[in-house]
Design a protein around this ligand. Structure first.
Ligand SMILES: Cc1cc2nc3c(=O)[nH]c(=O)nc-3n(C[C@H](O)[C@H](O)[C@H](O)COP(=O)(O)OP(=O)(O)OC[C@H]3O[C@@H](n4cnc5c(N)ncnc54)[C@H](O)[C@@H]3O)c2cc1C
Length: 458
């Protein structure tokens, strides 16, 4: 251990953010303890503490890069375990604004593991670290603070048989997800709660698994018609490592995909990729549809607080929970863990406000992409600035151009995958390309409309 920072770090929550935190803390603390209320060992399916694990999850390109850096050989392990992999922009079939994007060879690898399978592989790597210990089936009941409340000194946990105990720690990292209790704990200790930014989307995912009788994929790994203002219904339809297919339907602003099998199938008919309905209408369903509701994207602005107790950090969904259709949460947890690693390399525990101020600009970009993108839907409440209106108008043209031009598709996925900054989409050569193609598409459709006999569909 080159940069020894302290004796014991305790991570609250053994989901993706908790595992990634444990990985970097293990380089700096003598012992790292990960506490979770669920059984984790050997689990490869969705568990009670992570009900969203039943629904389609994809790891963005930036997240793939960081995970590979933290766990060298992870991608190869996943692929050799049968997880389908391919080019994010070339082997995933994307529909934006109802149109299929031109496939591109971006060199951005997508390893299409389900959330529980990815988590199981990451957990297996973390559990091989000799100084990381898992405390399973323990519920976090509260935190311990110094008498003057200036420092967090540990946590209180309750076991399955209701035995309460305390665990002292030099550093506590809250990775309990969206339901994080840190705002409440802060208030109880006499601190302010963080301000929350919210974008209400009233989204639901409804997911069902199938054994298909036909192959709609060809060389593709997944078929993804993304919701857009013209049709706010979407789907993610990846093939899985066991040969089955997962169909997650998405609907916003209360238009939730139903859980009854007939309603579910009718909803499938309305998404932009007709091949999905064709593939599932006669397929063998492997389970009943299940729903997950996501009322709003929530960003807790810890970096704006003036006071915060030392010895406590928050990561992952507890800081920012993004509209999941943009697939950003796990990648942002990875970005945050890389930021924590950089701070720990100085050989001292990071001051919480310094940590929050370091990760805040890293959250800005994905937040702008997802919260800004949601404002393209007229029913989503929120302040539409000139910048957000222009950005959404440009993105509609860019998606139209990407239906014709793989260069545009690639540029888009490098930004959506959080590899390149959004400014990359504003490079003059790309802007000219987008405007030229979208103008020619518009002219083409106007000419077709003028040539069409009155009353006939265009
Ligand atoms: C429907 C849906 C689809 C998504 N799709 C994607 C996607 O495609 N790509 C992507 O990157 N992200 C996606 N996300 C987001 C992603 O799941 C999260 O951002 C990511 O997993 C990080 O979450 P986390 O580890 O912070 O919290 P969680 O995954 O919620 O994990 C929290 C952990 O804490 C434990 N815990 C909580 N409270 C307690 C307690 N009191 N005591 C003990 N243990 C406790 C839980 O058991 C759990 O293990 C999606 C989310 C949803 C809802």
């Amino acid at each position: 251990m080159n940069n020894h920072v302290g004796e014991r770090a305790v991570v609250l929550g053994g989901g993706m953010a908790g595992l990634l935190a444990a990985r970097v803390l293990a380089d700096a603390y003598t012992t790292v303890v990960v506490i979770d209320r669920d059984t984790l060992s050997g689990v490869r399916t969705a568990r009670r503490g992570v009900p969203h694990g039943r629904h389609a999850h994809a790891l963005l390109a930036r997240g793939q890069h960081i995970l590979e850096e933290l766990f060298p050989g992870l991608q190869a392990d996943l692929i050799s375990a049968g997880v389908p992999a391919g080019d994010l922009a070339g082997n995933l079939r994307w529909y934006f604004n109802g149109q299929r994007l031109a496939p591109a060879k971006s060199g951005l690898l997508s390893v299409s593991a389900t959330r529980p399978v990815l988590e199981a592989h990451v957990r297996s790597r973390v559990s091989q670290l000799p100084n990381v210990h898992f405390m399973e089936r323990h519920t976090i009941a509260g935190i311990l603070a110094s008498r003057d409340h200036s420092r967090i000194t540990g946590v209180r946990v309750t076991s399955e048989d209701n035995q309460e105990s305390s665990l002292h720690a030099d550093l506590v990292v809250d990775a309990t997800g969206r339901g994080s209790r840190t705002p409440v704990w802060l208030e109880e200790l006499g601190y302010d709660r963080p301000r929350e930014d919210r974008v209400k989307v009233d989204l639901a995912y409804t997911t069902r698994h199938y054994k298909l009788k036909t192959d709609p994929y060809g060389t593709d790994l997944s078929i993804n018609p993304v919701a857009w203002p013209g049709n706010p219904r979407g789907a993610f339809f990846p093939k899985l490592d066991d040969g089955s297919s997962q169909l997650s339907l998405t609907g916003i602003l209360g238009d939730h995909p139903p859980t009854d099998p007939d309603g579910f199938l009718q909803f499938v008919k309305t998404v932009a990729a007709p091949e999905i309905y064709e593939a599932v209408k006669d397929a063998e369903p492997l389970d009943e549809p299940v729903t997950f509701r996501f009322p709003a994207s929530v960003r807790r602005r810890y970096e704006k607080l003036r006071r915060f107790p030392s010895g406590l950090l928050v990561m992952g969904d507890g800081v920012c929970s993004f509209n999941p259709v943009y697939g950003q949460g796990m990648t942002v947890a990875a970005v945050e863990s890389a930021a924590l690693r950089d701070l720990l390399r100085r050989g001292q525990a990071p001051a919480p406000l310094e940590f929050f101020r370091k990760i805040s600009p890293l959250i800005d970009v994905p937040w702008e992409i997802s919260a800004g993108g949601d404002l393209a839907f007229p029913g989503v409440q929120g302040k539409r600035t000139l910048k957000s209106r222009l950005a959404n108008a440009y993105m509609a043209r860019l998606h139209a151009a990407a239906t014709q031009d793989p260069t545009v598709t690639e540029a888009f996925f490098r930004v959506a995958g959080l590899v390149d900054p959004p400014q990359a989409l504003m490079k003059p050569a790309l802007v000219l390309r987008v405007l030229r193609i979208s103008r020619s598409l518009k002219n083409g459709s106007q000419q077709r409309a003028a040539a069409a006999p009155t009353g006939s569909p265009v």
